[in-house]
Design a protein around this ligand. Structure first.
Ligand code: PLP
Length: 403
């Protein structure tokens, strides 16, 4: 019997863990050391979750082995609600806080509950590709609005506005941004909220890097700027709290939630269908949000993440034909390849050849729904010296593609 995959999967992909990752796994199985610059996985580069989170998880583990309420443990949802209250978000109701097995699961639920076949969602290009995949998997169509590299990778508002149709249901914002490192101004967020207001759209604001900020970058939660637009704010423990494997995240619905009761009932039903999120991971949420925010030591000038992100951008900009917008947040750089300098037509092949030759696993720009084969993404998690050496090797490898 031939077992074939459902047509529901056509057009769905996730290149960060795609075919190149299978080659990487094969190389590792053969005994090679592959530097995994493809996933934003802090522990891979020695960044552990704060000790107080780990100690609390160990202490509470015997009580964390049962199911919880489907939306999540009340004290952790309260901690999430209070967090957004202190960030200026109005009318945060603990009943509208959902905990999940990472933001990934919650993105999927938010789309499943929302979309009819053929509905459109405005998703950034480049994007964190789960947003596009989750839209497609739920029968929707991701319509990509352009982010402008010349304008610090801010969304092009005219392009966004021009792409709104009567099928558009939601706008996705990723701020701070993966893969570009952009951090949006209040002015930009207000302009997006105005579009959402005018066209009755939901705003999905993915803020998983909200405390990973460099230099003078300031982050505002989109939801804090409007109480009359339905915002769903997503975040979790994977990045700021270096707990990616805990699979723990949250989403919070704010704004005119009385008008969204039917949608919230749908989400509640979906939360029940997966019974509940991983309870030890949920337990960690309250401790993480309420505890010492050690991330600031890593992101301040002189801190590890700050140094790595800035030196990565410098090292990339020193390569002829490569330009890189300096990241203001998150854990990535997304440099541009000048194709007048380098003969690259297939960026997946370029990334695969780099992996095979140098054992460095980066991700091609088209994997982030960027339309041209002229970018790649590197995770800025390795120590700065190692990162510079890695980028030096990428520069040498690139030189073999010079026109
Ligand atoms: N959103 C963004 C922008 C991300 O970069 C990631 C992971 O890299 C996620 C969501 C998923 O995070 P989680 O580990 O909580 O599923």
């Amino acid at each position: 019997m031939q077992l074939t995959q459902s047509s529901k999967l056509s057009g769905v992909s996730y290149e960060i863990r795609g075919p190149v990752a299978e080659h990487a796994a094969r190389l590792e199985a053969e005994g090679h050391h592959v530097v995994k610059l493809n996933t934003g996985n802090p522990l891979e580069f020695g960044l552990e979750a704060p000790q107080e989170i780990l100690s609390d998880m160990v202490r509470t583990l015997p009580q964390s082995t049962g199911y919880s309420n489907s939306k999540g443990l009340l004290h952790s949802r309260r901690a999430v609600a209070q967090y957004y209250q202190t960030r200026g978000v109005a009318n945060v109701d603990v009943d509208n806080v959902f905990l999940g097995n990472g933001v990934s699961e919650l993105i999927m639920m938010a789309m499943t509950a929302l979309l009819e076949n053929g509905d459109e969602v405005l998703v950034p290009a480049p994007d964190f590709p789960l947003w596009t995949a989750a839209t497609a998997l739920n029968g929707g169509r991701a319509v990509h609005y352009r982010c402008d590299e010349q304008a610090d990778w801010f969304p092009d508002l005219d392009d966004m506005a021009a792409k709104i149709t009567d099928r558009t249901r939601a706008i996705v914002l990723i701020n701070p941004n993966n893969p570009t490192g952009a951090v949006y101004s209040n002015e930009l967020l207000e302009a997006v909220l105005e579009l959402a207001r005018r066209h009755s759209l939901v705003v999905f604001s993915d803020e998983i890097y909200d405390k990973i900020l460099y230099g003078d970058a300031q982050h505002t939660s989109t939801a804090a700027l409007a109480d009359d637009v339905l915002c769903v704010t997503f975040s979790g423990l994977s990045k700021v709290y270096r707990g990616a494997g805990l699979r723990s995240g949250w989403m919070v619905l704010t704004g005119p939630t009385a008008d969204a009761q039917n949608y919230i009932e749908g989400l509640t039903m979906l939360a029940g269908l997966r019974l509940c999120a991983n309870v030890p991971g949920q337990q960690a949420v309250a401790v993480a949000i309420g505890g010492r925010q050690s991330i600031y030591e890593l992101t301040a000038p002189g801190g590890r993440l700050f140094e790595q992100s800035q030196r990565a951008a410098d090292a990339l900009n020193a390569i002829p034909g490569i330009s890189c917008v300096r990241p203001r947040g998150a854990l990535y750089v997304f440099p541009k390849i000048d194709r007048n300098v380098y003969d690259i037509h297939d960026d997946e092949k370029f990334v695969l050849d780099l992996l095979l030759q140098e054992k460095l696993h980066i991700v091609q720009g088209t994997g982030f729904n960027w339309p041209e084969p002229d970018h790649f993404r590197i995770v800025t998690l390795p120590h700065a010296d190692e990162l510079e050496a890695i980028i030096g090797r990428i520069g040498k490898f690139l030189a073999t593609y010079r026109q």
